[in-house]
Design a binder for this molecule. Structure first.
Ligand SMILES: NC(=O)C1=CN([C@@H]2O[C@H](COP(=O)(O)OP(=O)(O)OC[C@H]3O[C@@H](n4cnc5c(N)ncnc54)[C@H](O)[C@@H]3O)[C@@H](O)[C@H]2O)C=CC1
Ligand SMILES: CC(C)CC(=O)C(=O)O
Ligand SMILES: [Mg+2]
Length: 359
C-alpha cells in the first residue's frame, strides 16, 4: 500500500452491478469503522463507461485502477450495449490485460451454512478453487475474423503465459490440500498439449504437491458427481470461465461466489464471478453475497486484514443460516434486507466482543 489510506477503485458497472456494489460498500464501511482507513474512487466502466465517454474502459478509469491498491468491480454488460461497436465485455478483457491480471482465483466451497441450499448430495466436504488463466487464450487470440460465410477465433498460448499461472496454482495448493488437477482437452488441442508439457515441468518444483490431469468434459461431470476430489483446478481461460459457473451452482447459487484476479505486482481486482443479471435488475432481489464476499476477499488478500474478512464471513454465515436469503437461494428477502441483516450481525458480534472484554 502506497500510504496508510488504502486506495480502492470502485467500478459498479451495469444492471445489477450498482445494486450489489452498494451492498458491498455498506459492509466494507461497517467492518472498517475505527479499523481500516480507505478512500474510494468510483469510476464508470462497461456499459456505464460507454454511456459516459463512448468507451467501456475510459482512460481515467484505467488510470484510477492503475494508481489504486485494489479494484472492486461488480458486473458489466447487458442487452442495452449488445450492438455497440465496442461492447462492455471488451472493456473487461482490456482491464484484465492492462493490469496484467493473469491469474483468476475462483473458490468453490460449500460451507455448513450453505449445505441446505446445494442441489447436490454431499457426503464429504466440498472445498476447491479454480485457478483460471485470464489474459490469454481464445478470448484474446489473433486472428479473429468474421465475414458473411465464416468466423475465426484463435486459441493461442505461450510457455511463459502457462508457466506463471501454473506457479500460482501450485503455490496455492502448497497451502491447501497439496493437489493440483490440470483441466484441458489434450486429446484434441495443440494448446492443451503445450499446457501439459509446461505444467508437468512446473510440478517438479513442488514435490509436496500431487498432480493429475482431466479432460474438460470429464471434469465437468466430476464437478457434479465427485467435487470433493478436487483441491486446485488449473485451467485455461475459456474452460475456467465455464467450469466456474458450473462449480458456483453446486454451492446453491451463482450469486454467492467472489473472485480475485491478480498479476505479479500491482493492484488485484475483486469481482463476483457472475454477470450483470439483466433479467433481475431493478427488482431489488439480486443476491449481494458475491459482492460482499468479494469485499472480504479483498481485505484478506490485498490489505492483510483476515480479521475483518473473518468478521464478514461470520456475518454472512449467520444470515444464511437464519434463512434470510434472496430468491435465487429459494428465499424471499431483498438485496437490502440481506445486506442489513449481515451488517446487524457484524455490529452485534462487535458489541458482544466489547462487552465481554470490558467486564
Ligand atoms: N464479470 C462480468 O462483469 C461478467 C459480465 N457478463 C455479462 O453479463 C451480462 C448478462 O449475462 P448472463 O449470461 O445473463 O449471465 P449472468 O451471470 O449475468 O446471469 C446468469 C443467471 O444468474 C442469475 N444471477 C447472476 N448473478 C446473480 C445474483 N447476484 N443474484 C441472483 N441471481 C443472479 C441471473 O439472474 C441469470 O438468471 C452479459 O452481457 C454478459 O456478457 C457475464 C459474465 C461476467
Ligand atoms: C464476460 C466475459 C468476458 C467474462 C466472463 O464471463 C467471466 O469472466 O466470467
Ligand atoms: Mg463467466
Amino acid at each position: 500500500m502506497s500510504d496508510q489510506i488504502a486506495k480502492i477503485t470502485v467500478l459498479p458497472g451495469d444492471y445489477i452491478g450498482p445494486e450489489i456494489m452498494k451492498a458491498g460498500l455498506a459492509v466494507l464501511k461497517t467492518v472498517s469503522e475505527d479499523e481500516f482507513a480507505y478512500q474510494i474512487d468510483e469510476r464508470p466502466f462497461g456499459g456505464a463507461g460507454i454511456d459516459e465517454t463512448g468507451d467501456p474502459l475510459p482512460e481515467a478509469t484505467l488510470a484510477s485502477a492503475k494508481a489504486s491498491d485494489a479494484v472492486l468491480l461488480a458486473a458489466i454488460g447487458g442487452p442495452k450495449w449488445d450492438r455497440a461497436i465496442k461492447r462492455p465485455e471488451k472493456g473487461l478483457l482490456e482491464i484484465r490485460q492492462k493490469l496484467n491480471l493473469f491469474a483468476n482465483i475462483r473458490p468453490t466451497s460449500i460451507s455448513r451454512a450453505m449445505q441446505k441450499y446445494s442441489p447436490i448430495k454431499q457426503v464429504e466436504p466440498v472445498d476447491f478453487v479454480i485457478v483460471r488463466e485470464l489474459t490469454s487464450g481464445i478470448y484474446f487470440g489473433q486472428p479473429r475474423e468474421i465475414d458473411d460465410y465464416r468466423a475465426i477465433d484463435t486459441m493461442h498460448y505461450t510457455v511463459d503465459e502457462i508457466r506463471r499461472v501454473a506457479q500460482v496454482a501450485f503455490e496455492m495448493a502448497e497451502k491447501r490440500r497439496q493437489h493440483v488437477t490440470m483441466v484441458d482437452k489434450a486429446n484434441v488441442l495443440a494448446t492443451s498439449n503445450l499446457w501439459r508439457r509446461v505444467v508437468e515441468d512446473v510440478s517438479a518444483d513442488y514435490p509436496d504437491v500431487t498432480y493429475d490431469t482431466s479432460y474438460v468434459d470429464a471434469a465437468a461431470m466430476k464437478i457434479i458427481s465427485a467435487p470433493e476430489q478436487f483441491d486446485v483446478i488449473l485451467t485455461e481461460n475459456m474452460f475456467g470461465d465455464i467450469l466456474s459457473d458450473e462449480s458456483a451452482e453446486i454451492t446453491g447459487s451463482l450469486g454467492t461466489i467472489p473472485s480475485m484476479s491478480r498479476g505479479t505486482t500491482g493492484p488485484a481486482l475483486y469481482e463476483p464471478i457472475h454477470g450483470s443479471a439483466p433479467d433481475i435488475a431493478g427488482k431489488g432481489i439480486a443476491n449481494p453475497l458475491s459482492m460482499i464476499n468479494s469485499v472480504a476477499m479483498m481485505l484478506r488478500h490485498s490489505f492483510d486484514r483476515p480479521d475483518l474478512a473473518d468478521e464478514i464471513a461470520k456475518g454472512v454465515d449467520a444470515v444464511i443460516e437464519s434463512g434470510i436469503v434472496t430468491p435465487d437461494l429459494g428465499g424471499q428477502a431483498t438485496t437490502d434486507q440481506v445486506t442489513s441483516a449481515i451488517i446487524n450481525q457484524i455490529c452485534e458480534r462487535r458489541n458482544a466482543y466489547v462487552e465481554n472484554n470490558v467486564r
